[in-house]
Design a protein around this ligand. Structure first.
Ligand SMILES: *Cc1c(COP(=O)(O)O)cnc(C)c1O
Length: 374
């Protein structure tokens, strides 16, 4: 079937299933996946991914905001949904209405939640060194006092690692210290007779580099989508992750460019010799970073074609001189395979000077999400 849109992504649910199984295989028995489906499931489409995971037996999810959680509810996800970010008190009624789990970002915020009036379910965020959200792990008295707040139903305690992707001695040491502090806190709570809560600490790299850890949940995002953050990342666990997303657009215009002629805004590219130029219907508003101007690549007809000139908002130009016989309406692949060649999200991110998480979550609203055509 031919795509009718200008730019689209294709999802490979077999690969998603593979990634779920691969991650479950390396996690200790009893540890469940809590997929991160924030930022529209890292650009893949929250409903499509949420439902697919649901059909694979996943019942726990985490998102960044209350609106992302409501979106999941509205597409029929009835499992547990944890909001990892701050929710304004004026939205607390939605926590109750949609039966969502809110992160306690610190003690003062817990008091706000407690004042809402009805029982709210929460997970306590603990700061073990990232210094983003969470009550400090050394504030043990304050953390223990949270269980005295009568309108809070505390079903989880968690923290977040901030250097688990790193393999330097310093990063390993910092991460082990975070793990230690988190375990120490949990142990101390148990000693005080406080229990009945689930624990979780690892994101993707926490699982891939510290697979021996054993908590109730692992909050995996990027790895579930079959992608690492950087192309040269090495991990301790041996897993075979496969990319879920392909990003494609259409070739919409083909023309000659003569030696000495410029292409695009700002005369940023000049042809050294006569060449074939292809215009593609995708641009920075669709999530192709402007940093790829004169440096990124796409696949046309199984051949690598360099991006020439500046990436525009809705379009970009490729040098398709080496792509052989092409015609308007041909698919152009930015992430994924064409013929025997492949461009990974990691490679595209690397060329743009960022991480694949940034690329995937930045894919624009206009890009059509659909299932892979087989
Ligand atoms: C986004 C996020 C995750 C998932 O991170 P990945 O590295 O993509 O697996 C886990 N925990 C928290 C708190 C997050 O914000």
């Amino acid at each position: 079937m031919r795509q009718t849109g200008r730019a689209w992504i294709e999802l490979d649910f077999d690969n998603l299933g593979n990634n779920v199984r691969q991650l479950q295989r390396i996690l200790p028995a009893g540890c469940k996946l809590m997929p991160a489906v924030k930022a529209d499931a890292y650009g893949h489409g929250a409903c499509l991914i949420g439902k697919a995971l649901w059909n694979m037996g996943i019942r726990d999810f985490c998102v960044a905001s209350v609106d992302e959680a409501i979106e999941l509810r509205e597409c029929g996800i009835t499992g547990r949904i944890l909001i990892l970010g701050y929710t304004s008190p004026c939205r607390f009624q939605d926590l109750e209405k949609y039966r969502l789990i809110q992160t306690v970002v610190d003690y003062a915020y817990a008091q706000e939640l407690n004042c809402y009036g009805s029982m709210l379910t929460v997970h306590v965020g603990v700061d073990t060194g990232m210094h983003r959200l969470g009550e400090r792990s050394d504030s043990i008295e304050k953390i223990a006092r949270l269980w005295k707040l009568q309108n809070l139903k505390i079903t989880g305690v968690f923290s977040h690692l901030c250097a688990s992707d790193g393999m330097t001695k310093e990063e390993r040491k910092y991460t082990l210290r975070q793990i230690n502090d988190f375990n120490g806190l949990v142990e101390e709570l148990h000693k005080r007779g406080i229990g009945g809560f689930k624990t979780h600490l690892q994101g993707s790299y926490g699982v891939l580099n510290y697979p021996e850890l054993s908590y109730d949940y692992a909050r995996v995002g990027i790895a579930l989508y079959g992608v690492l953050s950087n192309p040269d990342d090495r991990t301790i666990a041996d897993v075979s992750l496969k990319p879920v997303m392909a990003l494609k657009a259409k070739l919409v215009c083909v023309k000659k460019l003569y030696a000495g002629e410029a292409a695009g805004y700002g005369l940023a590219f000049t042809a050294q010799k006569e060449m074939k130029l292809g215009v593609v219907s995708i641009g920075y508003a669709d999530g192709i970073p402007r940093e790829l101007s004169n440096r990124g690549h796409a696949l046309v007809n199984g051949k690598r074609a360099p991006i020439i000139g500046r990436v525009c908002m809705d379009q970009l130009m490729l040098d398709i001189s080496g792509a052989g016989k092409v015609s308007v309406e041909d698919d152009v692949v930015f992430i994924g395979r064409s013929g025997g060649k492949e461009i990974s999200a990691e490679e595209m991110a690397h060329e743009a000077g960022t991480i694949s998480n940034d690329i995937l979550s930045g894919i624009g609203k206009r890009v059509i999400r659909k299932n892979a055509v087989s």
